[in-house]
Design a protein around this ligand. Structure first.
Ligand code: SAM
Length: 269
């Protein structure tokens, strides 16, 4: 399906692919594919696929006899995804109302999207609905903010200098840190087996400026928060000393980025 998106949305998604994906997201894609048991010849759906880092991993594993679909709510993300992997079936849509038939996939993945879905229980039920009985799902979410290094300092800075809405936009990715609640979400949706494993990932950014700029100019606008240029510049300056503990001798920034990976199966009748 041809994907069209406004130039600004494509530019934002290109920046996401170039900075956030290598810094944070790419390392989890093989873990998700392993947990979902993705193998040759399978039909795989990646929900909230973004620019497609997990879908590309799945496509490499299913090979020519398999089929991969990637669904996202953001046309800009999909436009970039389609440039990078034209062989995947990309589609714009809502995770809470998947536009696919019942039992049409062998495996379903979703990486760092669940926290943004308006109805998470509905989305979990939808992932199970489109799986064949016995089919596997694997979903990744970030651990709680207080167990994620680097970001608590930034949230605190935003709260003090840019206000509650800006701080909440940066808190949003970390709201699903409770492992028991995560498991219950999928059990209640009808999964037959549910496991939650915490992986100790690492955030790796080229510099403090690159990290903070990506969040202020890239992430906050996605969450509906626009800061003026003077405020962004003053926040960038204030963040430098705050994040010094995470600066390596080479000048890059590295810190723990733990994530929970919940996986399981659709029950067999
Ligand atoms: C942090 S990105 C993760 C993207 C990708 N899975 C990755 O690992 O790079 C979150 C994605 O969730 C998508 N998203 C948010 N709400 C959605 C919804 N209701 N339905 C589908 N996608 C949604 C966003 O458009 C965005 O691409």
């Amino acid at each position: 399906m041809a994907i069209t998106a406004p130039a600004a949305a494509v530019a934002a998604a290109t920046a996401y692919e170039q900075l956030h994906v290598p810094a944070l997201f790419r390392q989890f894609a093989p873990l998700l594919a392993d947990a979902a048991g993705i193998g040759a010849g399978q039909r795989v759906l990646d929900v909230a696929c973004g620019t497609g880092v997990v879908a590309r991993e799945a496509a490499a594993r299913v090979g020519d006899d398999g089929r991969v679909c990637g669904l996202d709510a953001a046309a800009g993300m999909l436009a970039v995804a389609a440039q990078l992997a034209p062989g995947v079936d990309w589609r714009e849509g809502d995770a809470c109302a998947l536009p696919y038939a019942d039992a049409s996939f062998d495996a379903v993945t979703s990486q760092f999207g669940l926290m943004f879905f308006p109805d998470r229980a509905r989305a979990a039920a939808e992932m199970l609905r489109v799986l064949v009985p016995g089919g596997r799902f694997a979903v990744a979410v970030w651990d709680a903010l207080e167990r994620s290094a680097g970001y608590p300092d930034l949230v605190d800075l935003l709260e003090r200098r840019a206000g509650r809405a800006a701080a909440d936009a940066l808190r949003a990715p970390f709201v699903l840190g409770d492992r028991d609640a995560l498991a219950a979400l999928f059990r209640d949706a009808g999964a037959s087996t549910v496991d939650v494993v915490t992986h100790h990932g690492t955030a790796r950014f080229p510099s403090v400026r690159a990290l903070v700029e990506a969040d202020l100019r890239g992430w906050l606008p996605v969450m509906g928060v626009e800061l003026d240029d003077d405020l962004v510049e003053s926040l960038l300056a204030a963040a430098e000393p705050l994040l010094q503990p995470y600066v390596t001798p080479a000048g890059t920034v590295e810190f723990d980025a733990p994530a929970h990976l919940v996986s399981g199966r659709r029950a067999t009748p």
